[in-house]
Design a protein around this ligand. Structure first.
Ligand SMILES: [Zn+2]
Length: 81
């Protein structure tokens, strides 16, 4: 009887991390490579693109403003990918 109980406890403990938890990735920045813009510049600034949901798709039945976060090249203004 005692043996069966111990196996069950081990089984529960052997499960991995909880699903749905965001994985924090630790990266040494000196071991990464630069991902520049098509123009060659490698500095970007965060920007907001204003969008709107049409009344047909909106849950409230009226047009709704939505903000989309984007990155913009500081030199040529192209969107970062
Ligand atoms: Zn650029």
């Amino acid at each position: 009887m005692g043996e069966a109980r111990r196996v069950m406890q081990m089984g529960a403990g052997a499960r991995g991390p909880m699903p749905g938890q965001p994985q924090q990735i630790q990266v040494d920045i000196t071991k990464t490579t630069i991902n520049p813009c098509e123009c060659g510049h490698d500095l970007f600034v965060p920007a907001i693109r204003r969008r709107k949901i049409s009344a047909l798709l909106s849950p409230t039945g009226t047009e709704l403003p939505v903000n989309e976060a984007v990155m913009v090249c500081m030199k040529c203004g192209a969107l970062g990918k």
